[in-house]
Design a protein. Structure first.
Length: 265
């Protein structure tokens, strides 16, 4: 019995020794992109490398944006691939990592039979009868559209595809969404020839976010992500994911102060 007890104690001490440190729990990150899309491939490459440098296992989850916010605020999601600068103001336990990842264009998409072009940003919707939908949980879209359209003219969808289908079949006039999420669908068999870009409404910069329980990781995340930008890895991953149409990669140089916030005040 003494021998068995001694052996068990030796195993326990060995497992707790510095040479066998406990592995950290996987870090669960929410991706706001369509799974397997070019945008998803690009951001996944960034975060895989980032957490490899931190030596922390990474798990990526795909959810509707509004549900992701609820889970993120509750702490069941550890971080988020990308949200706007103002997101932290609305959800205080979400910590912005102040390394801008990229800039997106928020556009209005309409049916090709609609020749309307929007030239005045969000103000283009003022005094119109357009019915508009946007993806539920897209904070900047919600805040700005509610300023220029009555609630009766606004609706939400749970996915980009659903928004485009509503436009395709004439259920609504416009779908408002960031171009990075729409691009891969516009030339698909389902939507080609049916959906057109009716104009740019805004350009916003996107940042990583983590839950406040991981505050101790913020400085490390910031340092590694800045190093990756300086090494040109973000651009490299972007060009690789979006090839041959790499025009979306032009929005990577977003380090100036004026680039940070959206037009919403």
């Amino acid at each position: 019995m003494l021998f068995i007890w001694s052996s068990l104690l030796t195993i326990q001490l060995a497992s707790a020794s510095p040479s066998n440190p406990a592995k950290p729990d996987p870090f669960v990150m929410y991706s706001n992109q369509v799974e397997d899309s070019s945008a998803s491939q690009w951001l996944t490459a960034i975060y895989k490398e980032l957490f490899k440098r931190l030596d922390i296992p990474l798990v990526i989850t795909y959810l509707p944006e509004a549900r992701a916010t609820k889970k993120a605020v509750a702490g069941s999601i550890d971080g988020q691939f990308g949200r706007v600068y103002e997101y932290q103001d609305n959800f205080p336990n979400q910590i912005r990592i102040d390394v801008p990842l990229y800039k997106i264009n928020i556009n209005a998409y309409s049916h090709t039979s609609n020749s309307t072009t929007l030239n005045s940003g969000w103000a283009s919707f003022k005094n119109t009868n357009y019915t508009v939908v946007y993806k539920r949980g897209a904070l900047i879209n919600k805040l700005n559209l509610e300023k220029v359209l009555p609630v009766s003219k606004l609706g939400t969808v749970t996915s980009i595809r659903q928004g485009l289908l509503k436009v395709k079949y004439g259920r609504v006039d416009m779908f408002v969404q960031a171009d990075i999420g729409v691009r891969h669908l516009l030339n698909s068999e389902e939507f080609k020839g049916h959906i057109m870009d009716s104009g740019n409404l805004d350009s916003v910069t996107i940042y990583p976010y983590i839950h406040s329980k991981h505050r101790a990781l913020a400085d490390e995340l910031t340092a590694h992500l800045r190093a990756m930008k300086d090494e040109g890895l973000l651009m490299h991953y972007c060009l690789d994911a979006f090839s041959p149409d790499t025009s979306l990669c032009e929005g990577l140089n977003v380090d100036s102060e004026e680039d940070k916030k959206s037009s919403y005040k």
